[in-house]
Ligand binder design. Sequence first.
Ligand SMILES: NC(=O)C1=CN([C@@H]2O[C@H](COP(=O)(O)OP(=O)(O)OC[C@H]3O[C@@H](n4cnc5c(N)ncnc54)[C@H](O)[C@@H]3O)[C@@H](O)[C@H]2O)C=CC1
Ligand SMILES: N[C@@H](CC=O)C(=O)O
Ligand code: NA
Length: 436
Amino acid sequence: MSSANKPIGVAVLGMGNVGTEVVRILTENTDDLRSRVGAPLELRGVAVRDLSKKRPGVPPELLTDDAAALIDRDDVDIVIELIGGIEPPRSHIRAALDSGKSVVTANKALLADYTGELATAAADSRADLYFEASVAGAIPVIRPLMQSLAGDTVQRVAGIVNGTTNFILSAMAETGADYAETLAEAGRLGYAEADPTADVEGYDAAAKAAILASIAFHSRVTAADVYRQGISSITPADLASAAKLDCTIKLLSICERIVEADGTEQISARVYPALIPLSHPLAAVNGAFNAVVVEAENSGRLMFYGQGAGGAPTASAVMGDVVMAARNRVYSGRGPLESTYASLPVASIATVGTRYYVSMKVEDRPGVLAQVAGEFAKRHIGIAVVRQEGAGDQAQLIVVTHLAPDGSLSETVAALEDMDAVTKISSVLRLEGTDE
Ligand SMILES: NC(=O)C1=CN([C@@H]2O[C@H](COP(=O)(O)OP(=O)(O)OC[C@H]3O[C@@H](n4cnc5c(N)ncnc54)[C@H](O)[C@@H]3O)[C@@H](O)[C@H]2O)C=CC1
Ligand SMILES: N[C@@H](CC=O)C(=O)O
Ligand code: NA
């Protein structure tokens, strides 16, 4: 048998939402995959946690609960990690890479903090580490950033990168659906993480922002570098208020190159729910769909859109990586290596400027509006819109600002909280996607 025909042995770790679909594609599409790779892709085994669970369509002799032994087999060339979380995936991936096996993973939580370690292990043993599925599910975004845009200078990567929260916010905005029920449905549909706190508190989107920023800006950004705020405090009242301003609310992930007047550069990486105008392209991204807008110096603006979560869409991205890794083994190629030469520092959120929406309960009496406006004016924050909703005890004052530094806005909110006439700060949200 020539080396071009030698089978490539594949091991799958984890058979949940994504693993089940990957095993299905590997077993259903063997002929096409063989033609595309240039050699048969042979499934050697599937590591699962519970051997007693029925797995229709999977030959029982392929199932094992000993992932380490499966990885160690001589006839395994590519390890597909779909367990999720830090351990045991980190140890399994290290074991595979250290022994020269290629790894494909969808594990953004792990990559956000350990890409450095894993990429070094891959480089040392000349193995490949692919992770297209880790950001925005089916949407090709890692490969475009790492390869297609490798000759350009990326300025901004921003968008919606968490399907679960987008599914929840879309349902709340469209039908007034209940937050908890919609989250449970996202779990049933295979969108949510094993612990959905990762989704709703923005950890998942922050991990993805860290991965995107690292690649886009050739630097090492970890999850802890990303400013993060989730959607658990967004209320139906916020969405209704946003609608009155011709806006909707989306959980945004924003990675930007900040260039100071003296030419020094920093990265801003942040995740938060924000109002965006209904006319903005991201406002039309609903359900578990994701969209990523990339702006680079020479390419201009590029928009990537598609299914950001779910078993089959995510498996599509995993399988694209598996074919790449397999071809590299057949034809002695190499996948792209980590690039961190720029080592740009990450800016503090306090220095980042955005527009704000502040909603507060105030006493309904003369002079309050002037007092509130005065606190914004003291810190040189311009007000674009002031609106009162309701009256008496229910009076709600909405203030939308012009561009303001995060630090000044935080000081203003603290001062408003101290005012007798302000009984409650109901929400402080950012407003993105407008011209100023
Ligand atoms: N579900 C989705 O839409 C997407 C998921 N991902 C990522 O893909 C990975 C897998 O996600 P899902 O399939 O949704 O998770 P899941 O929780 O449905 O599946 C994980 C599976 O791994 C099994 N498992 C746990 N410990 C194990 C062990 N020690 N050995 C073998 N199996 C073990 C669990 O029993 C479970 O069946 C995660 O890293 C997730 O963040 C990435 C993009 C989208
Ligand atoms: N839980 C994640 C799954 C895909 O990455 C999400 O909802 O986006
Ligand atoms: Na992707």
